[in-house]
Structure formats: structure tokens, C-alpha cells
Design a protein around this ligand. Structure first.
Ligand code: 2HA
Ligand code: ZN
Length: 271
């Protein structure tokens, strides 16, 4: 067996959590990531048929039976993942009953996966139906995105439109827009179900007054989606209280979307 601490997926989790922490998006135990792994790849490092222990998932994830994920731990700090991946991360396989997870590696201090696992797994199920290549679900508390939640209307159309206006590339990076949920109690199956419903339509979902979820094929794609929203929200927060002298017009956004050949939410523009 090869050394799992040197595996590309553990390395990616370490780098991504460290980046997110340094950007100020994931204070204390804020944020969580789940990343679906290839069985053959994981088998180079672990015996995938020898679970350390089983952990209750709290809902029926039968669509994901046999799937393997690396997931950040509950109560764990992104700040600490890089130096101690084995305590702060875990690799789980969804068991044959769909309701329990077999721990294959990690959570060494007796811990378990993020309390947001229902939202993650339900989002994976929803995204995989739309895009069979989807692998990553990421949750974070990016500062400006969150600040914008308190001063901007939370309709999907208005929120997306403002973000698109703030950076030329926004409509190209997330032409599908941003879904928005009202404030809801986190860590529950209900917020998981609501998030997954939005994920049928969006790769980005704002949790009102809490943070954001992103989904994508790779860690880079998913991180890049959230990073682009956060950049646009930062421009908004830097300018919202000042007179607006110039703007990117809806006609210019159409020009961008057509030039780059992206299928965008036409109903989110005011044409
Ligand atoms: O895991 O961010 O939403 C900590 C959180 C909960
Ligand atoms: Zn959160």
C-alpha cells in the first residue's frame, strides 16, 4: 500500500482548506468539504473492504451506496487540516444499507464527518443527476458574500444580477446564476433537502445570512466558483455606498455570454 498522506486527494484537501482559511472564509470550525473519490485510486492506499468503524448518516443515501468520499470532520478547524489531516479529515464509504458510512481512514480521535453531511450528500445526488462528472461539494463563509446578504435583496434574480454586474467574467464563470435559500437552521436534513433542490438548477447556493455552497467537477472548479462570487461581492461591498457612475450593462453581459458560448439565465437579465 502507498502512503495515503502523500495521496493527491489528501494533498488537495490540505491545500484547499489552508487556502480557504487564509482567505478568511472559514473561521473556527466554519466550512466543510466533501470530495467523491475513485475506488481504484483509493485502493492504492487503503483496503476499502476493511472499515475501522461505522457511523450513522442520519438519512437514506441509497443513490450513493458504495461511493467513497473524503470529508472534513465535525468541529474541526480548516486552520488545522494541513498539519494534522488524520484527525481533521476522514474517508468514508457509503455502506450497503445506504444509512451508515464505513470509516476507512481518518477521524483518528474518534470524531466523525461534518454535521452538514446530509446537505453534502443530498447535493452530490442532485448534481450527479445533472452532471455525472460532479465530484466536489464545498461550503464556506466568505466574508463579503456574507456581508452582501445583509444589505442586498435575497432574490435569486437580483442577487445574481448584481454579482454579474460587478466583474466582467462573472456571467461566464457562473452563467447558471446563484440559488438563494432564506435563513434556515443548519446541520439538519431540511436544509440539506432545500440545498439539493436548488442544486438541481445551480452550482452555487447561498444560505441566507450563513454562507455559500458550491459544487463542481474538480476542487479548482468548485473553489473558483466561490472565489469569483466572493470577488464580485467584495466589489459590491466596496462600492454599494458610493454613487454608481459606471456599470456593466445587460447588453454587454449578453455580448460576453454569446462570445464565450455559455448558456446563461436569460430571465436573470432585464432586457
Ligand atoms: O461545519 O459551517 O454550517 C460548520 C459549518 C456549519
Ligand atoms: Zn456554515
Amino acid at each position: 500500500m502507498e502512503n495515503i498522506l502523500k495521496s493527491p486527494f489528501v494533498e488537495e484537501m490540505k491545500k484547499t482548506t489552508a487556502n480557504m482559511y487564509r482567505l478568511g472564509w472559514d473561521e473556527r470550525n466554519g466550512g466543510n468539504i466533501s470530495y467523491m473519490l475513485d475506488e481504484e485510486e483509493v485502493s492504492k492506499y487503503l483496503d476499502i473492504n476493511r472499515p475501522i468503524r461505522t457511523i450513522d448518516i442520519g438519512f437514506d443515501a441509497k443513490e450513493l451506496i458504495g461511493k467513497i468520499f473524503i470529508v472534513t470532520g465535525t468541529g474541526k478547524y480548516f486552520k488545522n487540516v494541513q498539519d494534522d489531516p488524520e484527525n481533521n479529515l476522514g474517508i468514508i464509504k457509503i455502506a450497503n444499507d445506504g444509512k451508515t458510512a464505513e470509516l476507512l481512514w481518518g477521524y483518528n480521535d474518534g470524531g466523525k464527518f461534518t454535521s452538514e453531511l446530509p446537505a453534502h450528500l443530498m447535493s452530490h445526488i442532485a448534481r450527479l443527476k445533472v452532471d455525472p462528472q460532479n465530484r466536489v461539494v464545498m461550503h464556506s463563509h466568505p466574508t463579503n458574500t456574507l456581508a452582501m446578504n445583509f444589505v442586498h435583496k435575497l432574490s435569486e434574480k437580483e442577487f445574481t444580477h448584481t454579482l454579474w454586474e460587478m466583474c466582467t467574467e462573472c456571467i461566464v464563470v457562473f452563467p447558471d446564476g446563484v440559488g438563494v435559500l432564506p435563513w434556515m437552521l443548519c446541520g439538519t436534513n431540511s436544509i440539506g433537502e432545500a440545498t439539493a433542490k436548488k442544486m438541481e438548477e445551480f452550482r452555487l447556493v447561498v444560505w441566507g445570512m450563513h454562507g455559500i455552497y458550491g459544487a463542481g467537477k474538480t476542487m479548482d472548479e468548485t473553489f473558483g466558483l466561490i472565489e469569483t462570487v466572493e470577488k464580485a461581492a467584495q466589489i459590491y461591498m466596496l462600492t454599494a455606498h458610493l454613487p454608481r457612475v459606471n456599470t456593466i450593462t445587460d447588453e454587454q453581459m449578453v455580448e460576453l455570454a454569446e462570445y464565450f458560448g455559455v448558456d446563461y439565465r436569460k430571465d436573470f437579465l432585464n432586457l
